[in-house]
Design a protein around this ligand. Structure first.
Ligand code: NAP
Length: 252
């Protein structure tokens, strides 16, 4: 390890669609990353199995993690996020949470943790969605409060939360731009294998504007999480968003 700058990464939700991808991408980049822990649900059917298939050093999936790390990336469930917080606090490690649908109580625990460690809550880690959020804020400001904003989001049939964390983030961006938003303006579709689609529609008298983001592969979220994680480990304790990361280091 001498001379190399490893990030020692723990992934919580390592048996899931996103967690597996994060393990796989980090595991394949041995110059920069070492996956030291892969945590899944205590009754996961993948316990004891390798966390990724490329590379020689894949840790097996375990129900908890007791070793050393400097970054925890979480794509799991609210219970998994609690585990991620405990690991990160114990280790003084940076924590990136991609899990969506978190209850208010967990968000408060994250905010409290951010006084001791760098925490980034990212309902969407793609650069394209971060760009869309900026455009939505700009459009809401330019089109004015009389313009009606509607958000339509579509996801695969396994997605547990609705509306999506991304839709809520985009609604917050519209509010930042001065638009009035209520829950009835967000519409959720579930079915098939849709990775993620978000349409933000601004309707005025005589014209409408649409901003659309379509994710065609989950890899974009996993890559974005690793990129943000690399940035996060260099930050002091605090509560960050993906927009902080992108504006601070466009090519991080
Ligand atoms: N931020 C983003 O860009 C982004 C992108 C995509 C998805 N997401 C969000 O990320 C989360 C995961 O999505 P996914 O599609 O990967 O879902 P998934 O395939 O259902 O994976 C969730 C994983 O979490 C594990 N888990 C459940 N409870 C746990 C616990 N207590 N401790 C540790 N692990 C636990 C599950 O383990 P077992 O099933 O093995 O029991 C499962 O493998 C969701 O909230 C989703 O909305 C965010």
């Amino acid at each position: 390890m001498s001379g190399r700058k490893y990030i020692n990464l723990v992934v919580t939700g390592a048996s899931g669609r996103m967690g597996r991808l994060v393990c796989e991408l980090a595991g394949a980049d041995e110059e920069n990353w070492e996956v030291v822990g892969a945590v899944a649900h205590p009754r996961s059917s993948r316990l004891g199995q390798p966390s990724f298939i490329s590379g020689d050093h894949a840790p097996v999936v375990t129900p908890t993690f007791g070793g050393k790390c400097n970054l925890v990336i979480d794509f799991s469930t609210p219970a998994g996020t609690e585990t991620a917080i405990q690991i990160a606090l114990r280790e003084g490690a940076a924590l990136l949470v991609g899990t969506t649908g978190l209850p208010e109580a967990t968000r408060q625990v994250l905010e409290a943790a951010a006084r001791r460690i760098p925490v980034l809550l990212a309902p969407n880690t793609s650069v394209g969605v971060a760009l869309c959020a900026s455009l939505v804020e700009q459009a809401a400001r330019a089109l004015g409060p009389d313009c009606r904003v509607e958000i339509v989001e579509a996801h695969h049939r396994h997605k547990k939360d609705a509306p999506s964390g991304t839709a809520l983030m985009l609604a917050a961006a519209a509010e930042q731009g001065g638009a009035a938003m209520g829950p009835e303006q967000i519409h959720s579709l579930r079915g098939g294998d849709v990775v993620g689609e978000h349409t933000i529609r601004f309707a005025a008298d005589g014209e409408y504007v649409e901003i659309i983001h379509r994710a065609t592969s989950r890899t974009v979220f996993a890559r974005g999480a690793l990129r943000a994680g690399r940035w996060l480990v260099t930050q002091p304790p605090g509560y960050y968003s993906i927009r902080d990361c992108l504006s601070a280091s466009p090519r991080a």
